[in-house]
Write a protein that binds this ligand. Structure first.
Ligand code: IPM
Ligand code: MG
Length: 379
């Protein structure tokens, strides 16, 4: 079969890690008789440099016309002073929103070969760790109303925040000064569809969902909890727990083995997925998938563009290679092909090859390119 894949290499180490994933995909194509047609697109800092905007329309259009998107990473401190809408990160948020990618799957697993890489003691880890974080990706505080305003003589310069004067009065807020606001809003359909996806995921795994919220304080979390509980009625084989987000951050360190699927809002998911990735000891190994209603998806490593390692041939491309495997599995329905990539990554580890981020004594250090070549040769 012929497939069309939109490729966004991005900034920093993005291009060099994506190149290794393409090597793996090409080898899969050869071995299983598929043709992957790549369309190279700009987003993030690279697009800002070339077109003056982080997410050109052409990129969004071409992504929509493809079967899936493979992305490296975007961002560089060079653009830190840009306003929010013109930062490389705006490209990621824009892609998620415009492509309707409301679900973000972030598996955090420990590769048995790398068990000693986790910062947690072996007895806490209790052997394997295999958590799947399902993060809501196009709602909540990331996409709610936001703004900045100035209060002069007790009045707002901009009337955007209609409720604020009343709130300010009740809270005795100073009548002068700058304010900024970001609002968390969840509609029940947004909660329902992400909850459904999490329960479906759990059915294929350990049949256990933990929903993470802050229902002791936030109305949006109370609705979240109610809707997740309602959706649960359709999944009697799955057990459901509710956990406050602050407690979750503790439990992840105290007893990570208790989790199977974690489902949570955009903001909480951003935070706990970083924490979970550190428990595995190797953020350079973890892929992610962003999905919408159909099979279309965007796949990227969960780490960033690591500008200081650009061009040094030391970045670990495995998270991106494993993202390509997720792309095969979820968007192209090519399970055996995805397995072949994952097995090749395992072979690479079993044979003792290590990129600098996962290097331990007695193992063979290899760079970015060589890692790609070796994994290619094991497929
Ligand atoms: C992530 C990142 C993004 C996010 C940034 C780059 C906008 O941290 O994918 O987790 O906050 O979602
Ligand atoms: Mg993040």
């Amino acid at each position: 079969m012929d497939y069309k894949i939109a490729v966004i290499k991005g900034d920093g180490i993005g291009p060099e890690i994506v190149d290794q994933a393409l090597k793996a995909l090409d080898r899969i194509g050869e071995k299983f008789g598929h043709k992957f047609n790549y369309e190279y697109l700009l987003a993030g800092g690279a697009a800002l440099d070339k077109h003056g905007e982080p997410l050109p329309k052409k990129t969004v259009k071409a992504c929509k016309e493809s079967d899936a998107v493979l992305l490296g990473a975007v961002g560089d401190p060079k653009w830190d002073k840009e306003p929010g809408s013109n930062r490389p990160e705006a490209a990621i948020l824009g892609l998620r929103e415009q492509l309707g990618l409301f679900a973000n799957l972030r598996p955090a697993m420990i590769f048995s070969e790398l068990a000693d890489a986790s910062p947690l003691k072996a007895e806490i880890l209790g052997g394997a760790l295999d958590i799947c974080i399902v993060r809501e990706l196009t709602g909540g505080i990331y996409f709610g109303p936001r703004g900045t305003d100035t209060i002069k003589n007790g009045k707002l310069a901009d009337l955007a925040l209609r409720n604020f004067p009343k709130f300010a009065k009740s809270q005795n807020i100073e009548p002068e000064g700058r304010i900024a606001y970001d609002v968390e809003i969840y509609h029940e359909y947004e909660i329902r569809r992400i909850a459904r996806l999490a329960f479906e995921m759990a059915m294929k795994r350990g049949k256990h969902v933990t929903s993470v919220d802050k229902a002791n304080v936030l109305d949006s979390s109370r609705l979240w909890r109610q809707v997740v509980t309602e959706v649960h009625e359709d999944y009697p084989d799955v057990s459901l727990d509710h956990l406050y987000v602050d407690n979750t951050t503790q439990q992840l360190i105290k007893n990570p083995g208790q989790f199977d699927v974690l489902v949570t809002s955009n903001m909480f998911g951003d935070i706990i997925s970083d924490e979970a990735s550190q428990i595995t000891g190797s953020i350079g190994m973890l892929p992610s998938a962003s999905l919408g209603e159909g099979s279309f998806g965007l796949y990227e490593p969960i780490h960033g563009s690591a500008p200081k390692y650009t061009g040094l041939d030391r970045a670990n491309p495995i998270a991106t290679i494993l993202s390509a495997a997720m792309l095969l599995r979820y968007s192209l329905d090519l399970g055996a092909e995805a397995d072949a990539i994952e097995k090749a990554v395992n072979d690479f580890l079993i044979r003792g090859y290590r990129t600098p981020d996962i290097l331990t004594e007695g193992k063979t250090p290899v760079g970015t390119q060589e890692t790609g070549d070796l994994i290619h040769s094991f497929i």
